[in-house]
Ligand binder design. Structure first.
Ligand code: ZN
Length: 185
């Protein structure tokens, strides 16, 4: 008898958990969960309908027009394709406002956004501009909450990490589908 969808998902999950046993939890989180999470952040941003996105340009808030499939660097306003960006036109990263790699903030909601590699890497996250953007978009409370989380210890089990990976992969796939559909019309 063929497997039901549910059974297929369960099997896939078991296989991923089995594979995850080969790694330390922290290594697995950074290597396999964070990479999907970061792609998901860019894809979901790029899947937004055509329109203006808020960014900080030369230290001031500005609205930047972008198309479906493109992201705007939150701290300089550069417009880049969510995928296949290259060295000539700049590369798109996912920049964390609180740059710690601790699990408490690595996957924290509202802590990661599209950022060009220049701002993210060369400018060390372009902190002053990032904070201005965060304050305007989410407010001081969210900034304070994220800063508190930085010092908290969050332990995830292997199963939780695998479930996060599956969830993020699902959201990534849906965002890619959405972009495809929007491009088609
Ligand atoms: Zn930038």
């Amino acid at each position: 008898m063929p497997l039901t969808e549910q059974e297929k998902l369960e099997r896939k999950r078991s296989r991923l958990i089995e594979k995850a046993r080969e790694y330390q939890l922290g290594t697995y989180a950074r290597k396999f969960v964070a990479s999907v999470y970061q792609q998901m952040i860019r894809a979901e941003s790029a899947a937004m309908p055509y329109g203006d996105a808020l960014a900080v340009v030369n230290g001031e808030l500005a609205w930047i027009t972008r198309e479906v499939g493109q992201c705007v660097c939150v701290t300089c306003g550069k417009v880049l394709p969510w995928k296949n960006s290259n060295a000539t036109h700049g590369k798109l990263d996912t920049g964390h406002f609180i740059p710690s790699r601790r699990m408490s903030v690595l996957f924290a909601e509202k802590n990661a956004h599209p950022q060009c590699s220049h701002c993210n890497q060369q400018l060390g996250g372009n902190q002053g501009c990032y904070e201005l953007w965060m304050r305007h978009v989410y407010g001081q409370e969210t900034i304070a909450r994220l800063r508190r989380r930085k010092n908290q210890t969050v332990q995830c089990t292997r199963e939780e990490l695998v479930d996060m990976r599956i969830e993020y992969q699902g959201r990534l796939n849906r965002a890619i589908e959405k972009m495809g559909a929007d491009h088609a019309c």
